[in-house]
Every structure is written in C-alpha cells, then in structure tokens.
Ligand binder design. Structure first.
Ligand SMILES: [Fe+2]
Length: 500
C-alpha cells in the first residue's frame, strides 16, 4: 500500500506539479487549498505525512498545525514549505514539532530526499514507541502479578491499557458478586490528557450499573471483544465518540468484567491486531483479578471473625467493653498517617483487634478484681501476652505479625516492658503503634477501680511518656489531629465493627 500525503498549498499550479511528481514516485496525494480545507481532509482520512505551505489566506500553516495539535493526540510528521523572509514563522513551526522544511523554489530531488528522510525517521520513532509499549506491557504485567489487591490490579491494568492504546477513555467494570451487576470505580477510570479537565464530569456518565445478564449476552458467540463505531452501550451523554472497543475479561471458569476502550479521536483507532496483541495483558489481569477477588472475600471473612473475637474478648469485662475495637481504630489512624501501605495497615488493624486475646486465659477473679492487684495477681495478668501467643500459634505461618502484636504489646520503648524487655526499634513498628493506641484507650476508659481520664489528659500522658514508654514519632503522629480520636472515643463499640 502506498504512503499517503496531505499536500497543502494555495498556489494551484505548484500544488498540481508537486502532486504529479509525488504520484510518479508512488505516493498517494490528497491536496488542500489552505489550512481550513486541510483540517477537513485530515478529519476524513489517515495520512503518513503532511506537507504544508506557510502563508495561506484563510488558515495559515502555523495556525493549521496549532489546531491539529490541539485536536489530535497523534499527528503524522509535517514538512514545511516556505519562502525567504518568513524565517521567524519557520522557527515557530519548528517549536510546534515540524520535522523539516524546504525553501521555495526548490528542486524536486531535494523535496523527495526530505520526504524519504522524514518518513524514515517517523518509522524509527514508531519502532521506538513499539519498544516502549513492550517494556510498559512487561512492567505492568509484573506489577499486576505481584499484587493481591483488586484496587491496585484494576488501576494498573486500566492505566497501562490507556497508555498503550493512547485512547481517550479506558474504564473497567467488575462483577459485583452480591448484586448481579457490573460496576466501576474512580480508580478504574482513566482519560487522556486532552480531556483530563472534564474527568469528573465524564466519570459521572460511567457510574452506571450494568446488569450482569446483559453483559453476558453481548458475548454469546464466544467473541472476546467487539469494536463499535460511535456508540457506547449502557452509557449515555458522551458526545463525539469515534470508536468503542468492549473487551470481555474472563478466566477458564469465571466471567470477571468488561473493559471499555473509547476513542474520541479519529487518529486513535484501535485495530483488531492491536487488541489481540494486548491479549496476554488482558488474560493475565483477568486471572490476577479473579484471585484478588477471592482473596478479598477470604480477607473479609477473616476480618469478620476477628471482629467477633474482639467482641468476645471485651465482653468478659464490662469495663473493657469496646476496648479492642477502639484500639484497632486508633491504630488504623496512626498507620494511615504514617503512610504505611495497605497490606501492613490491615495486619496492624487485625493484630490490634485481638491483642488482648490472652486475657481469655486469665481467671475472672483476677481480671475483674475491682481493687488493687497483689504482686502474685499482677504476675498472672502479665502472662496474657504469652497466653495470646500460644492461642494464635497455629496461625503462625500466615499471620506472624499479628502474633507479634499480641505477644509484644506491653513492651516499652525504653526496654522496661514485658514479656521480652525489647527496646526502641527492636520492637516491631506495628507493635509500637498498637502499644500507643492500647495505652491511650486504657487511660481514657473507666475501670472497676478508677474513672477514665479525659481525652486531653490522656494526650498529656502520652506526651509525658514520649521516649520512655512510647515511640515519640508515633505519639506525635497520633496527637496531630484529635478530631478523629474524639469521634472514636465517643463511638459505641457496635458502630466500630466495620469492614476495613
Ligand atoms: Fe494487654
């Protein structure tokens, strides 16, 4: 197939001569009489190269290039034809990305040389882009395979598809297990830089719930994707859609969701071959999403179990009612403020929920004693971290950090705590966080033998014991904003039982 050139010049005779010569050299040529005419011709066709005159009446060369760049993400290389005396404009054109220029009048052989050089360079650039795509596919695939979180996998997947296809909008809809629908979220919605300012407005159009049955019906011929012109099924309100590609995400046993790749730009047209080339990433992401959804379900079940366990531990003593739940919420605040990643934050929250599980093994006579404890009774109470560790021992392989929190939550920063007397950073960060949350709630709650402190007094105590009992950085972080602390302090325990 011949390469296609858009030739723009207001001089009819020159236009015809160049057209004839280029056609003799096996190029297909479409001519335009000025920038305005060229814009219309560009809109209706695909070109490999543009050759444009600079000075034209209705829309000159510079303004034509500016318009083209503002409207399209990918434009073919441009060669400028210019006369003497318009050097400044030529410089401006170069700033706009023009690849080469030729000064009129010129020899035909020179024009042909320039064309061949520019086309060769463009082909090299395309190869380069192709190489970059392969690298970006590889790194996306690595990131997706290393994650167990639905949000993270979905986001990386959508982001890479957007970058590789250069599409205007990419959106992922996932199957919602409970409601027989597909839905999306902000993380799974990416747009090109051209429409980023309208991202929120456009996202609102995509917030639809797609009935699972209808989604499945679309693919009943076992087709993996559809290419649709100027129409987005299920979504209303978006104008100027040029092409919509709908890809089915599925694994050997499950339908996972739909991916929409939408182009508002004539020049970004996704061909079947390109979609097929993305198949590996699409398949890998479908499997990763399936596993992550399963993991999420199990994690939620495990979390519910821990919540029930926390309520059981706290129910032993009416004075510690809600203690474990509050400690887990305070710990969550600290972890998030410290910028700890989601996976470790979940572990901290889970560990905090059952940090006192060992109290189950302490006789009620000692645990619930209203008065001061004898030395012997104190020693018995102090065994609860060890009992806790023993209870959780069977979970050691997968939940080692949770056991650390249970076992070490009475260690002190200065090494004077128990059971091991660990000091400073010998105490794992997760444990140091829970220790601050635990003591704060213990101090500010009523006990059988004393009234709880106010929030303000509790904070003063934390500050006083910075560096001795507590890690100073964690205290600073905890007291940085007390409005959230107040909300938890005044909550009923049952309102704190929530999905993480
Ligand atoms: Fe404790």
């Amino acid at each position: 197939m011949n390469l296609k050139i858009l030739l723009i010049d207001d001089d009819e005779s020159l236009r015809d001569i160049i057209k004839d010569i280029l056609e003799m050299h096996n190029y297909d040529v479409i001519t335009a009489i000025d920038g305005l005419d060229a814009l219309n011709k560009f809109e209706a066709d695909n070109f490999d190269l543009i050759i444009t005159d600079l000075m034209m009446d209705r829309l000159n060369g510079i303004d034509f290039i500016k318009k083209l760049k503002s409207k399209y993400e990918n434009i073919p290389p441009i060669i400028l034809m210019t006369g003497y005396g318009s050097v400044e404009s030529a410089i401006e054109a170069f700033k706009l990305g023009v690849k080469d220029y030729i000064i009129k009048p010129f020899k035909v052989s020179l024009l042909l040389n320039i064309i061949s050089r520019v086309l060769k360079q463009a082909s090299l650039e395309r190869e380069n882009i192709h190489l970059k795509e392969i690298i970006s596919l590889y790194s996306a695939s690595e990131k997706i395979n290393n994650s167990i979180f639905v949000d993270e996998i979905g986001k990386t997947f959508v982001q890479s598809i957007r970058e590789i296809t250069k599409s205007s909008i990419v959106v992922l809809y996932l199957k919602d297990q409970d409601h027989n629908i597909l839905k999306t979220q902000e993380d799974f919605f990416m747009v090109s830089s051209k429409i980023i300012k309208d991202k929120e407005k456009i996202f609102n159009m995509f917030k639809v719930k797609i009935p699972l049955e209808l989604a499945l019906k679309m693919f009943n011929e076992n087709k993996n994707f559809y290419i649709i012109k100027k129409n987005i099924p299920f979504v209303e309100g978006l104008k100027d859609v040029f092409q919509t590609v709908i890809v089915q995400l599925k694994t050997a046993s499950n339908f996972i969701g739909l991916l929409f790749i939408i182009s508002l730009d004539y020049n970004v047209q996704l061909q079947e071959e390109k979609i097929k080339a993305l198949k590996i990433l699409i398949d890998e992401s479908s499997i990763a999403l399936e596993n992550a959804l399963l993991f999420q379900q199990q994690e939620e079940m495990f979390f519910q179990t821990l919540n029930s366990l926390a309520l059981t531990i706290d129910a032993k003593d009416k004075y510690t009612h809600g203690h474990s739940l509050k400690v887990s919420k305070y710990s969550e605040i600290i972890a998030k403020r410290l910028g700890i990643n989601e996976k470790i934050t979940i572990t901290i929250v889970e560990g905090a929920l059952i940090h006192d599980i060992g109290k189950i093994g302490i006789p009620d006579g000692i645990l619930l004693k209203p008065g001061k404890l004898t030395d012997y009774e104190e020693r018995i109470i102090r065994t609860h971290p060890v009992i806790g560790r023993n209870i959780l021992e069977p979970l050691k392989k997968n939940f080692g950090k949770i056991i650390d929190i249970t076992y070490h939550h009475h260690e002190r920063y200065d090494g004077k705590g128990y059971p091991e007397g660990l000091k400073g950073e010998e105490i794992p960060l997760e444990v140091r966080i829970v220790a601050v949350a635990d003591c704060f709630d213990a101090m500010t709650s009523d006990r059988a033998y004393r009234k709880g402190m106010s929030i303000e007094k509790g904070i003063k105590e934390l500050i006083k014991n910075k560096g001795s009992q507590f890690d100073p950085q964690i205290v600073d972080c905890f007291i940085e904003d007390i409005s959230e602390i107040k909300r938890i302090y005044y909550s009923k325990p049952e309102d704190l039982v929530s999905k993480f």
